[in-house]
Design a protein around this ligand. Structure first.
Ligand code: AMP
Length: 423
């Protein structure tokens, strides 16, 4: 089965084309600056030269059409025809409490996504634009929605309920949803595999530490708690987001600085986090360098970041009543030797001790805990696109098995028979 994975943002579309018979990426790429000057397509076929095409891209449909044409291009393409695309998987940010798993997209799913726009005004509309464009361009190809929130839907009410008036929360659907779910799921399953544990019978804490950062507590494959909340702002200190602060600070600053809701939102989302503390950068590479050169605020930003991560891990160990595997992923989790070392420092009481030598690695899948440590500490580079492609394949196969139909593939993963998907 060949699956096209799309991640539609407001002005960009990222894509990856997978052959799922061996999970190989055939091509990947990016459409950027949709609706702006300088819009272009960057297409990277795995076994051919990279190709860049600057052209006016006024909307998502034109962008997706360009991607499809690049995929079948005589020189740069990786498919003989668009008929080879068996399914499309869409990264969809917000599934609210309506989706606890990935889903085959039909009219009722699209309506639910419309209903969720209030909760994700920046992210769900471009996702819907992508879905509608694919429907028009490839009407017979099934599409699957894979939600950033879905993996977290197993959280118990005690984890997702905020202590605000109950009716108010019900009325406006205010609760913890959690994000980065596709990444937490991918790395949790992979870490269990790597450490020889059964995901259905172990306690895992996954740390997705990138520009956006979140931690999840996973018991027997089910999320019990996660640090992001109603929005991706809650929880850890991030590149530019403040994470958890005393909520009373918000009206206090608004009054003192005479700020509108737009301005305060900008302040807590774009000007806070390690950027706000250091006054230097949101990039941890810059901060590590500045701190090494004696910049005290850069050091403070790193200290606050690692302190909050440590505190969250500790609280999740309490919730899980132990931890078998601690996972680091995303830009910082995969690459920063310093941050991993600082987070794990002084946690031997919890069975967490890492080897300096094993930790001396960037962007590689590896167990870094000391031999014999009761908690395995693992680096797993995240792969959200592969998770989306796997989920898309799973959902399509489920659908096909419900309809007593199967697709027949040759050894190269090419489909031999035809089915027009009826939704
Ligand atoms: P992401 O959002 O997952 O792409 O992660 C981006 C963050 O990863 C950046 O802000 C960087 O600070 C961090 N990062 C990437 N590479 C390194 C590295 N070699 N050392 C420290 N931090 C890194």
């Amino acid at each position: 089965m060949k699956v096209l994975v799309l991640n539609c943002g407001s002005s960009s579309i990222k894509y990856k084309m997978f052959n799922m018979s061996n999970e190989v990426v055939l091509a990947s790429g990016l459409v950027e600056r949709i609706g702006m000057d300088g819009s272009k397509l960057i297409h990277k076929p795995t076994d051919k030269d990279k190709y860049q095409f600057e052209v006016d891209i006024p909307n998502h449909e034109v962008g997706i059409n360009l991607i499809l044409n690049a995929l079948i291009d005589e020189t740069h393409g990786v498919l003989n025809s668009m008929d080879e695309i068996d399914a499309i998987g869409h990264r969809t940010v917000h599934g609210g409490d309506k989706f606890s798993d990935s889903v085959l997209i039909d009219e009722s799913v699209k309506q639910k996504l419309e209903d969720l726009i209030d909760l994700a005004p920046l992210h769900n509309p471009p996702g819907l634009m992508g879905i509608n464009a694919c429907e028009r361009l490839l009407p017979n190809v099934p599409q699957v929605g894979v939600f950033d929130t879905a993996f977290h839907q197993t959280m118990p009410a005690a984890s997702y309920t905020y202590a605000l008036p109950y009716e108010l929360c019900q009325k406006h659907k205010i609760r913890r949803y959690g994000f980065h779910g596709t990444s937490h799921k991918y790395v949790a399953y992979r870490a269990a595999e790597l450490t020889g544990k059964d995901i259905k019978n172990c306690k895992i804490i996954t740390c997705h530490l990138g520009n956006g950062a979140s931690i999840s507590a996973i018991n027997n494959g089910k999320v019990m708690d996660t640090s992001m909340g109603f929005t991706p702002l809650e929880g850890l200190v991030m590149g530019t987001r403040c994470g958890l602060i005393d909520p009373a600070i918000i009206p206090f600053v608004m009054e003192k600085e005479n700020l509108t809701t737009r301005k305060i939102n900008e302040l807590i989302n774009k000007k806070s986090g390690v950027l706000g503390i250091s006054g230097i950068s949101s990039d941890f590479r810059d901060l590590e360098e500045a701190a090494q050169n004696g910049n005290e605020r850069a050091q403070l930003a790193l200290d606050v970041f690692t302190h909050v991560v440590k505190k969250t891990i500790g609280s999740y160990v309490a919730i899980l009543n132990g931890v078998d595997v601690l996972v680091f992923t995303a830009g910082l989790g995969e690459n920063s030797i310093y941050i991993r070392e600082k987070i794990c420092e002084g946690m031997n009481y919890l069975g967490i001790t890492i080897s300096k030598q094993k930790n001396n690695v960037r962007g590689e899948e590896r167990i870094i805990s000391k031999e014999g440590a009761s908690t395995k500490v693992v680096i797993v580079p995240t792969n959200e696109e592969l998770m989306i492609a796997r989920d898309t394949k799973r959902i399509i196969e489920q659908q096909l098995s419900d309809s007593d139909f199967s697709w027949d593939y040759d050894s190269q993963g090419n489909r031999n028979n035809e089915k027009v998907f009826s939704l």
